[in-house]
Design a protein around this ligand. Structure first.
Ligand code: NAD
Length: 492
C-alpha cells in the first residue's frame, strides 16, 4: 500500500475517535487531492501563481454586483463601505502581488564569512505546502481573500474555511470562487465550530486564522499537535485617547466614522475613548453632530449604516446598552437587527462593556485626568490590536506611541493604516501573532530556507577545520569565520 494511502487511512482512524464524528475523515479526499497537487510541483512556477492571481482578479471583477449584493444581504453593508473595505483592498493586494511576484520569489543572497566566500549563500522562499485559511464574518471577503493572495503568490495549496455566519458570502465562496481557481490546488470547506474542529484534526503545513482570541487558542492548540506554524489575527479592545488639545469636531468625525463603519463590527475599530471630563463635554455635541450628519436624524432609515450579523450578537449588544448612561443613540430594533450609533458615558472600568470587545456601534467614554493616566490604563490591559491617540500636540501622540504596545497604531485618525500595503498588519500578545498585507503576506506564507551551496572541490580550504586540532588552526578558523570580503565573490 502506498505510504500516502496508509497515512490517510491512519488519519481516518484517529478522526474516528472524535466525539460526534462517525468514523470517516470527511476531508481526507480533498486534502489528498491538494497534497498530491502540491507534491507534483504544479503551484511552484511563477506562471501558475500569476494565472491564479489573475483568476482571483477576474472573480472580483466579474462578480462585483453579486459580491456587493451578498454583503448587503449578510450585513446590510452599504455599497460604499463594502466596495472600499472588501473589494478595492483585495484588488490592490492582487495588483501588488502581480507586479512584484517575480522579485519577491527571487533567492535573496546573503553576506558570507571568509570560510564560505567562494560559495553560494542565499535564502530560498519556499511554499509551506497545504495551508488553511480560517476567516470570520465581519469582512467575509477581504479576510479570506487577502491572505489567499499571499498564499497563492507564495506557491501554496489552500483550504478556505469561510465563516458560517455570513451565509451569503459562504455560499459565493463555495460555489462561484472555485470557477476561477485550479480545483486540485484550492478547496473550500463549509461549516461552523463542529466542522472546523474536525478539519483541524488534519495536518496542515500552515494555518492562518482570523477571529476571536477564544477560538484562536483552540486553533493554536490543534496546530501544536503537528507543530504547524500559525498566524493568529485576533481581536480585543482598542483604546482611543483624546487629548484636551484637539479640535473636537474633527476628532468626533474621525472617531465616529471608524467606530460606526460596518456598524462597529471591525476588529480595529476604536472600542472606547479615554479623555478628560472637559473634553468629553466638548466631544458629545460634536459626536452627536457627526452622527446626524452621517446618518440623518433617524439613523435607522439611513442606507449608510450596516446591521448586526445575527440575533445572538444583537442581544449581546443590546445588553451592553444598559452600561453607564446613554448620551447619544441607544435605540434598537430586533426585527432589523438594528442598534443605533450609541455613545455611553459614566461607564465604569468594571462594567461589562469594558470586559469584552464590543464589536458593535457602541462607544463608551471613560474619563482620565491626563495622558499619563490614559497610558497607565492602557498598559494595565492586554496589548490591543490597534491603539489611537488624538492631539494637536505631536509630543502627546508620540508619548502614547512610545509608552504603549499594540498591533498597529494610529495618530489622529482611525484605521487608515489598513489601506497601506507596505505596512504590516497584525496583533501582538493577546491580539495575535504574525503579520500580513502586501509583501508581508507573501513572507508569511513562505518558509525562508537558508541555503549554502559549496564546491565539491577545493578540499584544501576545509583542512583547517579537521582534527587533529591545534591552537594555531583554531585561531585561523576563528579569524576566517569572523571576517568578510568587502566585495561579492562566488564560484557556484
Ligand atoms: P470566531 O473566532 O468566532 O470565528 C472565526 C472563524 O473560526 C469562523 O470561520 C468560525 O467558523 C471558526 N471557528 C469557530 N469555532 C471554531 C472552533 N472551535 N475551531 C475552529 N474554528 C472555529 O470569530 P468571529 O465571531 O467570526 O469574528 C469576530 C472576532 O474576530 C472578533 O474578536 C474580531 O476582533 C476578530 N477579528 C480579527 C481580525 C484581525 O484582522 N485581527 C479581523 C476581523 C475579526
Amino acid at each position: 500500500m502506498p505510504l500516502s494511502e496508509l497515512s490517510s487511512m491512519l488519519e481516518s482512524v484517529i478522526l474516528g475517535s472524535v466525539k460526534g464524528f462517525s468514523g470517516v475523515n470527511p476531508y481526507a479526499d480533498t486534502l489528498k487531492r491538494l497534497r498530491d497537487a502540491f507534491n507534483s510541483g504544479r503551484t511552484r512556477p511563477a506562471e501558475f501563481r500569476i494565472s491564479q492571481l489573475q483568476g482571483l482578479s477576474r472573480f472580483l471583477k466579474e462578480n462585483r454586483k453579486l459580491l456587493l449584493d451578498t454583503l448587503a444581504q449578510d450585513l446590510n453593508k452599504p455599497t460604499f463601505e463594502a466596495d472600499i473595505s472588501e473589494i478595492v483592498l483585495c484588488e490592490a493586494e492582487i495588483k501588488l502581488a502581480l507586479n512584484n511576484l517575480r522579485t519577491w520569489m527571487k533567492d535573496e543572497q546573503v553576506e558570507k564569512n571568509l570560510v564560505t566566500q567562494l560559495d553560494s549563500a542565499f535564502i530560498r522562499k519556499e511554499p509551506y505546502g497545504v495551508t488553511l485559511i480560517i476567516a470570520p464574518w465581519n469582512y467575509p471577503l477581504n479576510l479570506l481573500l487577502v491572505p489567499l493572495v499571499g498564499a497563492i503568490a507564495a506557491g501554496n495549496c489552500v483550504v478556505l474555511k469561510p465563516s458560517e455566519m455570513s451565509k451569503g458570502m459562504e455560499k459565493v465562496i463555495a460555489e462561484v470562487l472555485p470557477q476561477y481557481l485550479h480545483k486540485n490546488c484550492f478547496a473550500t470547506v463549509l461549516g461552523g465550530p463542529q466542522e472546523a474542529t474536525i478539519l483541524l484534526k488534519n495536518k496542515f503545513d500552515y494555518i492562518f486564522f482570523t477571529g476571536s482570541p477564544r477560538v484562536g487558542q483552540i486553533v493554536m492548540s490543534a496546530a501544536s499537535k503537528y507543530l504547524t506554524p500559525i498566524t493568529l489575527e485576533l481581536g480585543g479592545k482598542n483604546p482611543c485617547y483624546v487629548d484636551d488639545n484637539c479640535d473636537p469636531q474633527s476628532v468626533a468625525n474621525r472617531v465616529a466614522w471608524f467606530r460606526f463603519f460596518n456598524a462597529g463590527q471591525t476588529c480595529v475599530a476604536p472600542d472606547y475613548v479615554l479623555c478628560s471630563r472637559e473634553t468629553q463635554e466638548k466631544l458629545l455635541p460634536a459626536l452627536q453632530s457627526a452622527v446626524t450628519q452621517f446618518y440623518g436624524k433617524e439613523p435607522q432609515n439611513s442606507p449608510d449604516l450596516a446591521r448586526i450579523i445575527n440575533d445572538r450578537h444583537f442581544h449581546r449588544l443590546r445588553g451592553l446598552l444598559d452600561n453607564g448612561r446613554v448620551a447619544i443613540g441607544g435605540q434598537s430594533d430586533v426585527q432589523e437587527l438594528y442598534i443605533a450609533p450609541t455613545v455611553l458615558v459614566d461607564v465604569k472600568e468594571t462594567d461589562p462593556v469594558m470586559q469584552e470587545e464590543i464589536f458593535g456601534p457602541i462607544l463608551p467614554i471613560l474619563n482620565v485626568e491626563s495622558v499619563d493616566e490614559a497610558i497607565a490604563f492602557i498598559r494595565k490591559r492586554e496589548k490591543p490590536l490597534a491603539l489611537y491617540a488624538f492631539s494637536k500636540d505631536s509630543k502627546v501622540v508620540n508619548k502614547v506611541l512610545d509608552q504603549t504596545s499594540s498591533g498597529n497604531f494610529g495618530g489622529n485618525d482611525g484605521f487608515m493604516f489598513m489601506t497601506i500595503t507596505s505596512m504590516p498588519f497584525g496583533g501582538v500578545g493577546h491580539s495575535g501573532m504574525g503579520e500580513y498585507h502586501g509583501k508581508f503576506t507573501f513572507d508569511t506564507f513562505s518558509y525562508r530556507r537558508g541555503c549554502l551551496l559549496r564546491s565539491p572541490r577545493l578540499e584544501m580550504i576545509n583542512k583547517m577545520r579537521y582534527p587533529p586540532y591545534s591552537p594555531g588552526r583554531q585561531r585561523l578558523l576563528v579569524w576566517f569565520l569572523e571576517h568578510k570580503l568587502g566585495f561579492p565573490c562566488s564560484i557556484l
